[in-house]
Design a protein around this ligand. Structure first.
Ligand SMILES: NC(=O)c1ccc[n+]([C@@H]2O[C@H](COP(=O)([O-])OP(=O)(O)OC[C@H]3O[C@@H](n4cnc5c(N)ncnc54)[C@H](OP(=O)(O)O)[C@@H]3O)[C@@H](O)[C@H]2O)c1
Length: 220
C-alpha cells in the first residue's frame, strides 16, 4: 500500500520507518521540497528503496492513506494545504493540541466540546479522518510488543469502514493487538485529553516507554 506520512519529527520518522519495514511504499513529508537531514536518515536506515521524501502536497497526492503527524499548532493549516489531495482518502491523525504556556504546565488548545481531530475533519470534509496512535510515545507506536501484549490503542472516526481499515493496518504493520473502537470522532476529545494523564505518568516513571491496559469484569 502507498502510505504518506506528513511530519518529519520523531513521530513521522518512527511511523514512516515502521510502515516501510512492514512492506509499504512510504513517502515522508515536510514543508520544503528537499530535506537533506531526512534524506540522510532514510539512507542510514537502509530504506532508500521503499521510503522517499517529498513536500506535504506532493506526498499527500501519492498516498492511498495519509498520516498527519505535524506539530499540533500547525495541524489544521497543513490539513488545509493538502485538502485537494486527500479526497475520499483515510487520514490518520496522530496530532495532539499541546501548549505549555509557562514552559511546564500542559494546556490543551482545544478540549471538552471539540478536538483537534474534529477541526482537521472540518478542514478536510471529503476525507475520512481517524484519530489513533496519539496516546503513546513515538517508539511505542510502532513497537508495541516491546512493552507487553495487552495494552491499549484506540481509534475514533466518523466512518466505521475507515476505523476498521486503520485497526487492521496497525495490527498487521506494527503488531497492535488490543485496539478499542471509540466510535465517531467525538472520541478524539477523550484521546487528546489523555495527554494530561500521559504527562503525569511520564514524570512519575521517568521514561516514555509505557502504556495503559483496560481491566473489566468478565462478560460470561
Ligand atoms: N513525540 C511523540 O512521542 C508524540 C506522541 C504522540 C503524539 N505526538 C504528536 O505528533 C505530532 C508530531 O510530533 P513530533 O514530536 O514528531 O514532532 P513536532 O516537532 O511536533 O512536529 C514536526 C513537524 O511539524 C512541522 N511543522 C513545524 N512548524 C510548522 C509550520 N509552521 N507549518 C507547518 N508545519 C510545521 C515540521 O515540518 P518540517 O518537516 O518542514 O520541519 C515537522 O514535519 C504532534 O502533534 C505531537 O503532539 C507526538
Amino acid at each position: 500500500m502507498k502510505i504518506s506520512v506528513l511530519g518529519t519529527g520523531d513521530v513521522g520518522r518512527s511511523i514512516a520507518e515502521g510502515f516501510a519495514r512492514a512492506g509499504h511504499t512510504v513517502t515522508i513529508a515536510g514543508r520544503s521540497p528537499e530535506n537533506e537531514e531526512i534524506t540522510r536518515y532514510i539512507a542510514d536506515c537502509g530504506l532508500s528503496g521503499t521510503l522517499r521524501y517529498a513536500d506535504f502536497c506532493a506526498a499527500a497526492g501519492k498516498g492511498e492513506i495519509v498520516v498527519l503527524c505535524v506539530s499540533g499548532a500547525y495541524a489544521v493549516s497543513v490539513a488545509e494545504t493538502v485538502r485537494e489531495f486527500v479526497h475520499e482518502k483515510i487520514v490518520i491523525d496522530v496530532t495532539n493540541p499541546l501548549e505549555f504556556p509557562d514552559g511546564s504546565t500542559l494546556r490543551l488548545s482545544v478540549a471538552n466540546d471539540d478536538s483537534l481531530s474534529e477541526q482537521i475533519q472540518r478542514a478536510l470534509p471529503s476525507a475520512y479522518v481517524v484519530k489513533s496512535l496519539n496516546t503513546v510515545n513515538s517508539h511505542v507506536m510502532t513497537h508495541p510488543k516491546e512493552i507487553g501484549d495487552n495494552h491499549l490503542m484506540f481509534v475514533a472516526g466518523n466512518s466505521e469502514k475507515a476505523r476498521s481499515a486503520v485497526r487492521s493496518l496497525l495490527a498487521d504493520s506494527f503488531g497492535w493487538q488490543d485496539i478499542v473502537d471509540l466510535g465517531d470522532l467525538t472520541g478524539a476529545r477523550a484521546m487528546e485529553s489523555h495527554l494530561h494523564l500521559w504527562l503525569h505518568l511520564w514524570r512519575h516513571l521517568g521514561h516514555a516507554r509505557f502504556n495503559i491496559a483496560l481491566v473489566t469484569e468478565a462478560n460470561d
